[in-house]
Structures are given as structure tokens and as C-alpha cells.
Design a protein around this ligand. Structure first.
Ligand SMILES: [Zn+2]
Length: 280
């Protein structure tokens, strides 16, 4: 059968644009394939065993921190443990792995937000990453709550919130579309009241202007999903290098195939042949 799309190259995180529904593109090497219109079509990934670091292009046997080789994982600020735990930012101690990167990625305005991806969660992101971050998490609704001057301050606010609200998505529930309805404006009011003392303490230390509660509007998001899976099976290209199935939907960074889901983000840097076949 002649494929409609047949491209080989390194996988990257899927670019997505907010809309009703969100509009996805898959990046394979230098090729970008619009994916929404492929829902309903059979597709196939074949991993050839080569992973190339998305930073230095070096071949690596294993992907670290979603797409990096081990030397880059050890060297880059983007792979430091403070990225996962922003409250541990050590820029001020003069030990940032890449201070210039830190200045553009961490020492800039961040947003602490509430999202509904599989229930209420708190999260943080750089101001410029809204709404990309929300889409990557498969949120159906999200709302800014606090704007802060740095990534570390966002981490401090998030730590305070974690006593009251989850910071993780249950990705299986997210992919099943098993999401409760939430009033995020009301939730924001509730959480801000619960962390009022924490915010006051942070303002005393870091200045009033460094932490700003906001009343901005939220954003509702829908995803191009035709059929919600009832049970979640996952394709694992490390164990089984070929994955095929009919594309039934796209949510977060996942493709939902009738044979299981595949987390494209997890395979960033993997060299694959990607094919789409006619759907008759
Ligand atoms: Zn590298």
C-alpha cells in the first residue's frame, strides 16, 4: 500500500496551537506533518535504534531528560535538577550551569497556574510558554493565578500550593477523557485564600512587586479525539521498535492509536520512519 506520508528523521516534541480543537503538527527531521487531518488514518512508526541528542546531535544509546545524551544531561542547565524542582534554583549562589541560559529561561517572569487535566492541579511555566505548557499537559481548562519575577519564586509558590492541590496529572485519566468539571475561577479564589500567609511571607523577603496575584481569564481547550480509549495501553519503542495503529486522537503530547497510546515527547531524539496510510 502506498503511504500518504513517508518520512524518516529525528522526532521532536509536537508543536501545537490553541484552538477548538488544538491543532497539532508532528516533526520528523525537517518535515512537519499536520496531524489533525490524519485522525482516522492508520499510521506506523519504525524506530531504527538510533537516538541523536537534540542539543549536540551526538548518537546516544539512551535518551536522558527527554532527548539529551549523557554529557549534555550532565552539562546543560536545562537538564539540572532545579528544572524539576525550581525552588532549588541556585543561580544566586553563582553555580548555575549556564548563567546566560538561566537569565533568559529562569530569571524572567513565570506564571503559577491552575489547570484541569485530570482534576485540579497547580503548575508553573515561563510567561511565554502559556498556553503551550497547558496543551502539553492535556489540560481542558487552565487559568493564571500568580505572576512572579523568577522561576524560583514560582517554585516557592508552587510548594505552598502543594499542601492543598496536586501538582501531577493522572495521564491515564487525562487520556481517557475522564476529567471532572471544575470552576477554576472559584478554585483560584479558594487556593489564593489558603496560601495568603505564604504569599505574604514571600513578599516580605522578595518584595511586593515580585509576586502578583492575577485575575486573568482562563482558557478552555479541546482536543482532536474521535474515540476515547477505555483502557490505556502504551507503545514502547525501546522494547518494540515498530508501532502501528489507527490514529483516534491527539491529546497532550500523546497520539491515541486504536492499538495503544504513544508519548511523542518521550521519544524526542529518536530516529524513526513515520508513515501514514490511506484509510480505506
Ligand atoms: Zn548532547
Amino acid at each position: 500500500m502506498t503511504a500518504l506520508v513517508d518520512v524518516t528523521g529525528r522526532l521532536r516534541k509536537m508543536p501545537a496551537e490553541a484552538g477548538d480543537p488544538v491543532s497539532y503538527t508532528i516533526r520528523v527531521g525537517d518535515t512537519r506533518v499536520p496531524l489533525n487531518e490524519m485522525v482516522g488514518y492508520p499510521l506506523q512508526f519504525d524506530f531504527d535504534g538510533v537516538i541523536r541528542c537534540i542539543h549536540c546531535d551526538r548518537k546516544t544509546n539512551k535518551s536522558f531528560s527527554q532527548g539529551y545524551c549523557y554529557p549534555c544531561f550532565r552539562k546543560l542547565a536545562a537538564c539540572d535538577s532545579c528544572i524539576m524542582s525550581p525552588e532549588k534554583c541556585h543561580y544566586y549562589e553563582g553555580t548555575c550551569r549556564e548563567p546566560e541560559w538561566g537569565e533568559t529561561h529562569c530569571m524572567v517572569e513565570h506564571v503559577v497556574y491552575l489547570a484541569n487535566s485530570s482534576g485540579l492541579k497547580v503548575g508553573i511555566t515561563r510567561g511565554s510558554q502559556v498556553p503551550t505548557r497547558w496543551i502539553d499537559q492535556g489540560a481542558v481548562d487552565a487559568i493564571p493565578m500568580v505572576r512572579v519575577a523568577t522561576r524560583q519564586l514560582a517554585g516557592f509558590v508552587e510548594v505552598a500550593c502543594k499542601q492543598h492541590v496536586a501538582d501531577r496529572t493522572n495521564w491515564r485519566a487525562m487520556l481517557k477523557g475522564d476529567v471532572p468539571e471544575l470552576d477554576l475561577v472559584a478554585e483560584r479564589r479558594r487556593i489564593l485564600a489558603l496560601i495568603a500567609d505564604d504569599l505574604a511571607g514571600l513578599r516580605t523577603t522578595h518584595g511586593d512587586n515580585a509576586i502578583r496575584a492575577v485575575d486573568e481569564e482562563g482558557l478552555a481547550l479541546s482536543y482532536p479525539v474521535q474515540v476515547w480509549p477505555r483502557t490505556i495501553k502504551t507503545h514502547n519503542l525501546d522494547k518494540s521498535p515498530s508501532a502501528e495503529g489507527v490514529l483516534q486522537g491527539i491529546k497532550g503530547q500523546y497520539l491515541i492509536l486504536d492499538t495503544g497510546v504513544i508519548n511523542i515527547r518521550k521519544y524526542t531524539g529518536y530516529e524513526v520512519r513515520f508513515r501514514v496510510f490511506p484509510n480505506n
